[in-house]
Design a binder for this molecule. Structure first.
Ligand code: PRP
Ligand code: URA
Length: 209
């Protein structure tokens, strides 16, 4: 069954409280999404494989460790996932970045795909799908199904807030995918919004409402 990691680090929880506040404006919201993404990414990359190399320090020869082989690709789900890209690249600057464009139909809440561009060598990489909100789970499930068709080595999902409904759906659809989120909220409302959540992540990042 899928492993779920809910980040209880005080820095993440503190930043998340400000992010949830309806008085937080777009500029601060964007900065916080990016900072939280960096902190979650630190945990989500904890098990990257290492290999030993020889290094000459100014004092002596040393055996040191570096990340082994082809490395990471991040795939933000447009639009809101874009807000997390700078934060994860701050930790892994050489990672590749793919994009999947999905929006939720407001009536059916089903994801509608409008864009998909993934790195050419994705099958040699570990992929981390990023999207701040896991609500019904439809967008993440769809994005991961698309990526699986290209056969990457490992896929993880990194979000900020999950609803229990979305978490269960994602675990069931993709039991092999590890899930990293900063909070597991209470429920979804009748419009498919996470309660208490933070509202519409895309609108708050891009100031479109
Ligand atoms: C939001 C969010 C997720 C999706 C989550 O995107 O960024 O992608 O909803 O909902 P789900 O788990 O029920 O699929 P939205 O559809 O609002 O598009 P946007 O990012 O372009 O605003
Ligand atoms: N998408 C969002 O941006 N917010 C929610 O609460 C649910 C889906």
């Amino acid at each position: 069954m899928a492993k779920v990691f809910i980040m209880d680090h005080p820095l993440i929880q503190h930043k998340l409280s400000i992010l949830r506040d309806k008085k937080t404006g777009s500029k601060e919201f964007r900065a916080l999404v990016s900072e939280i993404a960096t902190l979650i990414c630190y945990e989500a990359t904890r098990d990257l494989p290492l290999e030993e190399i020889e290094t000459e320090t100014p004092v002596a020869a040393a055996k040191t460790k570096v990340i082994a082989g082809k490395k990471l690709a991040f795939v933000p789900i447009l639009r809101a996932g874009l807000g997390m890209v700078d934060g994860v690249l701050a930790l892994v600057p050489s990672a590749r970045v793919g994009h999947i464009g999905l929006y939720r139909d407001p009536e059916t809440l089903k994801p509608v795909e409008y864009y998909c561009k993934l790195p050419a060598d994705i099958e040699e990489r570990e992929v981390i799908v990023i999207d701040p909100m896991l609500a019904t789970g439809g967008s993440a499930i769809d994005a991961i199904s698309q990526i699986k068709l290209r056969g990457p080595k490992v896929i993880k999902f990194m979000g900020i807030i999950a609803a229990p409904e979305g978490l269960e759906a994602l675990k069931k659809a993709h039991p092999d995918v590890e899930i990293y989120v900063a909070a597991l909220d209470d429920h979804l409302n009748e419009h498919g919004y996470i309660v208490p959540g933070l509202g519409d992540a895309g609108d708050r990042i891009f100031g479109t409402k």
